[in-house]
Design a protein around this ligand. Structure first.
Ligand SMILES: C[S@@+](CC[C@H](N)C(=O)[O-])C[C@H]1O[C@@H](n2cnc3c(N)ncnc32)[C@H](O)[C@@H]1O
Length: 311
């Protein structure tokens, strides 16, 4: 008699990697060290653009920015949009799904999303990807709090990896929604690159939720939100790693509606602002169909839900 080599399917094995947060230490696959940040930085400096992960290579300046009463208020706008539109967002994403969070940062908006899910669910499955390990460790603690306070079974896994290194087979299976909040896609000067990464990892019929910042007619207002000591500290991390003693020069580049911080002519911080139609077009070019777009009352921020229409 022939024995089957493996009693469990790939799907079952993937689901097993999701771990009950309340009864486990943090499960964080992969490890990114300072040397990894440096290696990427050396290659990025040659292109003239520093990667979006670099200002987060030390978590402290970012955590200061996102404390209550933060400089831009964009995080709160996103939470507001999630709360007042959640039923529509849930329907557009296709109901109950495993949430895959790309870039959790302090996890405020991401946690709000799970709290809204927890109101109607007995079980939540989720994965988070971030190059900054500290954010993932904190995130796991937030998940434990959610599980203990809501009596929901929370199953999770984290990946301390660069987005660029994630393959769709790495992530837990089941019905998935990929969620990229806090204008993280705006940190990519090459939009085709980030949409390409997402397109590679989102399967047909899965959804993609993007939180973006919108362009306004008054660039000086956007720019002023960055010209403070907290963002100077974030860019300072890059400056230090480059070994520069030069001044940080902030600018708003009209050609692509981006806030930029230059250090010795190199773009050490980049944050693109969008038109809603532009995001819909970028999604379409990458194989996503727009299902929903909502804005906050100031019209400076938007949440967009897409469905992947092709394999
Ligand atoms: C702009 S913050 C947004 C954080 C959070 N989503 C929010 O709404 O506040 C971007 C996050 O993505 C992470 N990140 C940026 N580039 C990355 C990359 N290439 N690979 C992995 N993580 C990255 C950063 O460490 C940071 O936590």
């Amino acid at each position: 008699m022939k024995l089957r080599a493996s009693a469990s399917t790939k799907h079952e094995r993937d689901q097993r990697r999701l771990t009950d947060v309340a009864s486990s230490r943090p499960i964080i696959e992969g490890i990114i060290t300072n040397r990894d940040y440096d290696r990427r930085l050396a290659a990025q400096v040659r292109t003239g653009f520093v990667g979006g992960e670099q200002p987060f290579s030390d978590p402290r300046p970012y955590l200061q920015i996102t404390q209550p009463l933060n400089a831009s208020g964009a995080g709160y706008a996103e939470i507001g949009m999630l709360c007042s539109n959640y039923e529509r967002i849930r329907r557009a994403t296709g109901g109950q799904t495993t949430k895959i969070f790309w870039g959790v940062g302090n996890g405020d908006s991401e946690m709000r999303m799970l709290m809204l899910e927890a109101e109607a669910k007995k079980r939540i499955s989720t994965a988070a990807i971030d190059s900054q390990r500290f954010f993932l460790e904190q995130w796991w603690g937030s998940l434990v709090n959610l599980a203990l306070n809501s009596e929901v079974l929370v199953e999770a896994i984290c990946y301390n990896r660069f987005f660029e290194d994630i393959r769709k087979e790495d992530l837990p299976f089941g019905r998935r929604s990929h969620v990229v909040l806090g204008n993280t896609i705006g940190n990519y000067p090459n939009q085709a690159e980030i949409f390409g990464i997402l397109s590679r990892c989102v399967r047909k019929d899965e959804s993609l939720v993007l939180g973006v910042q919108l362009r306004t007619r008054r660039p000086e207002v956007i720019l002023s939100a960055y010209m403070n000591r907290f963002y100077e500290q974030m860019v300072g991390l890059v400056k230090e790693r480059i070994g520069s003693r030069g001044r940080i020069v902030w600018d708003y580049e009209k050609s692509d509606n981006s806030v930029r911080a230059y250090v010795e002519g190199i773009v050490a911080f980049y944050s693109k602002k969008y038109e809603i139609e532009e995001v819909i077009g970028l999604g379409k070019a990458a194989g996503f169909e727009n299902a929903l777009a909502v804005t906050d009352p100031t019209k400076n921020n938007a949440l967009l839900v897409f469905r992947r229409c092709s394999a």
